[in-house]
Design a protein around this ligand. Sequence first.
Ligand code: GUN
Length: 296
Amino acid sequence: MTILDGKATAASVKQSLKVEIETLAERFGRAPKLAAVLLGNDGASETYVGAKVRSCKEIGIESLLIRESENISEDELLLIVNQLNTDDTVDGILVQLPLPKHINEERITLAIAPIKDVDGFHPENLGRLVLGVESYTPATPLGIMMLLSQYKINTEGMHAVVIGRSAIVGTPMSLLLSRNSAPGNCTVTLAHSRTKNLKELTLQADLIIAALGKPEFLTADMVKNGAVVIDVGITRVEDSSSSKGYVIKGDVNFTEVSTKCSYITPVPGGVGAMTIAALMKNTVHAFIRRNTTADI
Ligand code: GUN
C-alpha cells in the first residue's frame, strides 16, 4: 500500500509555480493577484482562507483578503464582487463558501466574472468543463487529478465510484474521470444519498472517491483488495482530549481501509493540500489568460 502524499506533492507543484511566477512577473511587469472574500468568523472557513493566503505569499502571488461581517447584505456583497471584477490588478476572485443563509449563493457565484472565477463554480466554467474546453476546474477535483498524475496511476478502464454529487466536487470529479485523457478514461458511477446497495458498487470499484462529508463512512468491508481510495472528507469532530476541542476526520476509515487498498490519501495531508495547490494553479492560469487573451 502506498500513501498518496498530498502535502509533498502540493509543495512540489507550488515550487514549480513559484518559478513560473517569477518569469511571468518579469514578462508582464507585475505578479498575479488573488482576492478572497470571507464573511463572518466560522473557524473552518478561517482556516481554509488563511491557508490560501499563506500559499499565495509562499509562491509570489499577491493576495487581497476582504473580511466582512456575516450580516452584510446581498447587495453589499454584490458591490464588492463587482468592484473586484472591474479591478484590473485582480486576476482571481473567490468568495469563501458557505455563505450566511440570507445570501443567495447562486446570485453571488453568477456575479463573479468567469475569467476571474478561479474556483470554477460559475455556470460558464462548469459548462466549459462539460464540453472539455479551456476553463477553470474546481480546485478539489483538479487537485485529485494532479495527485493521480504525480503517482502515475493508470486509471484507463477503471471502474470509478464517486460518492457524493456536489457541484463543487462529486459532479466535476465524475466528468474529469470519464474524459478521454490521462488520468481519465474511467467508467464512472456517481453515487449519492439515494443510491441503493452502495456497498455492491464500491466492492466493484477500482477507484473510490469518497466525497460525502460523513466521517469514517467508508469501511474495509466496502473496498475491494487493491483499490485506489481518495478521501475528500474533512469534518471537524468534537474531541475533548484534543487541545483544539476537535479532531479532523476524513470520509474513510483509514486504519481499516489502508490494509486493503493499493493507494490511499491520508487526512490531513492528502486532498486538502492538493486543493490549495490547484487553486494556486488556477490563479496563475487566470493571470496568463488575462494578460494574453485579446478579448478580455
Ligand atoms: N468552501 C469549501 N470549499 C471551498 C472552495 O473550494 N472554494 C470556496 N470559495 N469556498 C469553499
